[in-house]
Design a protein around this ligand. Structure first.
Ligand SMILES: *[C@@H]1O[C@H](CO)[C@@H](O)[C@H](O)[C@H]1NC(C)=O
Ligand SMILES: *[C@@H]1O[C@H](CO)[C@@H](O)[C@H](O)[C@H]1NC(C)=O
Length: 350
């Protein structure tokens, strides 16, 4: 199958990059402040999975097939859709966690395989504003910063804080959604002046260089990147251990979930961001795409990958009909921001 041929090309490129093991770059982090909460991870993975759903009515009313279990008491506050760029996010309040949740979905448009293949060649082509030497990939950054996401998410977070006060803020996402969640968490931490914004991502790629990782860890120390088994995406774009200052570099902290002799281990990795004993210890040739699509037993795919734009446009249309005919019942305000559909709308519905 073509899928596997492409993956082995990626694996071979990685093999070239990783042929030599140099010294590890150490990213400063406060060891004592680190907590990994398995139940929280189980809950957040359900939010990161739910944001993939294409039925907007079911998301808005929080009745989708993935909108239950540990996320049952979620109060949707803002639903954000950018049809053109295939972006989707929501902001709301998880009462059982007493926290504002921001979830951003991945954007692999037509083919995940091609998206993964392209990850190998992403350049560090943007200097992160106001961070000396910090470089990131402009595509990852601008998907958050230069689209509807930034404005809609920050204003939804501000509004939720007006209602609920100074409760925790947790940002989550899977895959490319994890990359955008990274920039979102950093943005919120800087703009709200808080060092307790939490980030938990699932199978995210690297997004910046070592200087960025180090700065990021100071602003958002409460960060966990879950990596499932042999998932190939967290290995991309490549980290070159003998050129640690020039290449991509993960920020801490990885939690590597893998099976060993029939038991599932959640291995908490070191504060370097590139722990050689965590997922990086895998043979490059054993990396897989399959492990990218389930995290903690939860399905992390959209209901339909291949036709992102079409499905979203259709569901936007149906959603707008449902809104117009008042089929949707809600006992509180939900902001809806949709751009790039048949018509743009930013509105508040009761
Ligand atoms: C990020 O977005 C803001 C507006 O929301 C814009 O002023 C700024 O230039 C953007 N940053 C970059 C580096 O594109
Ligand atoms: C796996 O779990 C079983 C039951 O809890 C235990 O007896 C066994 O030692 C574990 N194996 C490993 C390799 O940790």
């Amino acid at each position: 199958m073509g899928r596997w041929r492409r993956v082995s090309v990626v694996a071979l490129v990685l093999l070239l990059f990783s042929a030599c093991h140099g010294r590890e770059l150490f990213v400063k982090n406060h060891e004592q402040s680190f907590i990994y909460d398995h139940t929280l991870a189980k809950t957040l993975v359900e939010y990161a999975s739910a944001v993939y759903m294409t039925d907007l009515t079911a998301l808005y009313t929080w009745t989708c097939s993935r909108c239950n279990d540990l996320t049952q008491d979620f109060e949707m506050r803002s639903l954000i859709v950018d049809v053109e760029n295939c972006l989707q996010a929501f902001v709301g309040v998880a009462h059982n966690l007493n926290a504002i949740i921001v979830a951003i979905r991945g954007t692999q448009e037509n083919s995940v395989q091609n998206w993964i293949k392209d990850l190998v060649w992403k350049q560090l082509d943007l200097s992160y504003p106001n961070m000396p030497n910090a470089k990131v990939h402009s595509g990852f950054f601008s998907s958050y910063n230069n689209t509807i996401l930034r404005l809609a998410i920050t204003s939804a977070v501000h509004k939720a804080r007006e209602t609920y006060g100074d409760i925790n803020i947790i940002v989550t996402g899977h895959s490319m959604g994890g990359a955008m969640a990274t920039f979102c968490a950093l943005d919120l931490a800087i703009n709200l002046g808080r060092d307790d914004v939490q980030l938990m991502t699932f199978g995210q790629p690297r997004v910046g260089n070592a200087a960025f990782a180090s700065c990021f860890a100071k602003y958002v120390p409460n960060t966990i990147r879950l990596v499932h088994g042999h998932d190939i995406v967290p290995h991309l774009p490549p980290y070159i251990s003998f050129l640690p200052h020039l290449t991509y570099h993960h920020f801490p902290r990885e939690v590597w979930v893998h099976d060993s002799e029939g038991n599932t281990t959640e291995q908490i990795c070191d504060a370097s961001g590139e722990d050689p004993n965590c997922c990086r210890c895998l043979s490059i040739l054993s990396l897989s795409i399959q492990d990218h699509f389930t995290y903690l037993g939860v399905d992390m795919e959209a209901d339909d990958w291949s036709t992102c734009r079409i499905i979203t446009a259709q569901s936007v249309e149906r959603f707008q009909k449902d809104l117009a005919s008042n089929i949707i019942m809600k006992n509180h305000d939900v902001d809806v921001s949709i751009v790039g559909g048949s018509e743009d709308r930013r509105n508040s519905f009761r």
